[in-house]
Design a protein around this ligand. Structure first.
Ligand SMILES: C[S@@+](CC[C@H](N)C(=O)[O-])C[C@H]1O[C@@H](n2cnc3c(N)ncnc32)[C@H](O)[C@@H]1O
Length: 184
């Protein structure tokens, strides 16, 4: 499957159910807790891949500060619209949204410090294309922080290792941090 193969979107009506689920879920959980595991620093450039309604995008934008930047990437127009509305409401200036329809984000080569891939892996149809794109946009000393989504952790690890593009440097029960192998 090529990077340009068009991705399938769900209808807005279906996606709205996801949005309500996350709003309800966040009454009992705090997305900021997970961010403590990520080596985020002020001034970093981050990609929130599969950003959804920005549950991580906005807290990360606060943590990297005005000298940093977050690209919020999603295939769902309603997700991107929701993030844009939150950004406008909070007056944040360091978030750029990207509505993708393929595995090409259009982000420049080797400019990203950390890619987040949270609760998204299980939805990805072509993991090779996704990880090639993540590898392309990450700096040599960058990281991908991801969780297993709805997969088993062993399967998530297998997917990452089979790309031969990343080395897993830290692993928790549901998440892992991986570094890109040496770029040519
Ligand atoms: C379950 S949601 C999680 C959203 C967010 N990461 C969170 O944890 O709150 C997964 C998101 O990934 C998006 N997604 C799925 N496949 C994608 C792809 N290939 N590229 C970009 N976004 C994708 C979906 O549209 C959805 O918004």
């Amino acid at each position: 499957m090529s990077k340009e193969k068009k991705l399938r979107r769900v209808p807005d009506a279906v996606y709205r159910i996801d949005i309500w689920f996350f709003k309800f879920f966040d009454l009992f959980s705090n997305p900021r807790q997970l961010l403590k595991k990520i080596p985020l620093k002020e001034g970093m450039t981050i990609v929130d891949y599969g950003c959804g309604i920005g549950r991580y995008t906005l807290p990360v934008a606060e943590l990297v500060g005005s000298k940093g930047k977050v690209f919020a990437v999603d295939i769902q127009p309603l997700a991107i619209k929701t993030v844009k509305e939150k950004v406008a409401k909070q007056g944040l200036t360091n978030i750029e949204t990207i509505l993708v329809d393929s595995y090409n984000t259009g982000i420049q080569d080797s400019g990203i410090d950390i890619v987040l891939l949270i609760d998204t892996l299980h939805m990805v149809e072509d993991c090779d294309a996704l990880f090639q794109e993540i590898y392309r946009i990450l700096k040599q000393d960058g990281f991908i922080f991801m969780d297993k989504g709805h997969l088993k952790m062993s399967r998530a690890r297998e997917i990452v290792e089979s790309t031969d593009l990343f080395t897993i440097v830290e692993c928790w029960s549901r998440e892992m941090l991986a570094a890109p192998k040496t770029k040519q």
